[in-house]
Design a protein around this ligand. Structure first.
Ligand code: NAD
Length: 271
């Protein structure tokens, strides 16, 4: 299977669809892998976030502490290999479900961040996009006593903190509007043009390479369905089963860092 994967990628025109499994080797947990953390029974929805001050306080207290870990996370060998394949001209598009910015940190370009990114903040009133670090500075200044206390990081980039009463939320410094991380919450749709752009990339691909995603979420799975519909071969590298295994032409079950690091030399030996 490894040789089939190398042959498929060596032919070029590959579009990557990545998921949380690509970042577990950087210390960011996924939901459904062996090191995954179960999704909370009631995840924060857009409606809850915008509808109550208490929900925003809970979200920002947990996310503020989790951000310290996300901001420190480094790209791993898997991210580096994807950037290397792009640099070699074999990967022509990257669509990620991840919100951690690690593809770009490894040197990848033109990454479509399907679900947005935690390092940007958007104002729900004036729509200004600002840097998360600026918000982090303001939140730290407003909440000097709030520390991590060894709480483990959760997949959404937050920590499991029950007591969030007293956390001071800050608003847009331009207009006083509500601030939200520039990520797609439950109850929100991925912006239409981002979805269309991703479909266009997939339809123009010679192969779709899924990396580290269970594809449980329809938001990612639909691109595999689209590839299958257009008879574009799908390769999946993932530890454990995925929802699209039956559609895959090539399936490699293994840890991404090792599998992808070995890919470039193997492609070289095919030449
Ligand atoms: P998922 O948790 O459903 O699936 C991840 C898959 O990756 C699992 O099947 C797991 O076994 C596999 N995996 C874990 N570590 C691996 C490794 N080192 N090598 C190979 N495979 C490995 O994740 P998903 O399908 O991406 O869906 C989760 C949703 O939550 C996405 O929409 C995403 O936006 C969000 N999310 C993002 C992050 C992030 O930005 N890093 C982290 C968690 C969740």
């Amino acid at each position: 299977m490894y040789d089939e994967l190398a042959s498929l990628v060596a032919a070029g025109g590959v579009v990557v669809l990545s998921g949380a499994g690509l970042s577990t080797e950087s210390g960011i947990p996924d939901y459904r892998g062996p090191t995954g953390a179960a999704r909370p029974a009631t995840p924060m929805t857009y409606q809850a976030f915008t509808g109550s001050e208490e929900s925003r306080q809970r979200y920002w207290a947990r996310s503020h502490l989790g951000w310290r870990r996300i901001a420190r996370a480094q790209p791993n060998a898997g991210h580096a290999a994807v950037a290397g394949l792009q640099c070699a001209g074999l990967v022509v598009g990257i669509v990620t479900q991840n919100v951690d910015g690690l593809h770009q940190a490894a040197g990848a370009r033109d990454v479509v961040e399907l679900h947005g990114a935690l390092d940007r903040v958007t104002c729900l009133s004036c729509r200004q996009i600002s840097d998360r670090q600026d918000l982090d500075d303001r939140l730290r200044a407003a909440n000097p006593g709030w520390t991590l206390q060894g709480l483990p990081l959760r997949p959404d980039g937050d920590v499991d903190l029950e007591q969030t009463h007293g956390f001071e939320v800050v608003d847009c410094d331009a207009c006083g509007g509500l601030l939200k991380p520039d990520v797609v919450f439950f109850g929100e749709n991925v912006p239409r043009e981002r979805v269309q752009h991703s479909f266009a990339l997939v339809e123009g691909a010679r192969a779709l390479l899924v990396l580290g995603s269970s594809l449980t979420v329809m938001s990612g799975y639909r691109f595999v369905l689209r590839a299958a519909k257009h008879r574009i071969p799908v390769a999946i590298v993932n530890a454990g089963p995925t929802r699209a295994d039956a559609l895959a032409a090539v399936r490699v079950d293994g840890a991404l860092g090792g599998v992808l690091t070995g890919l470039l030399p193997r492609i070289g030996s095919l030449a």
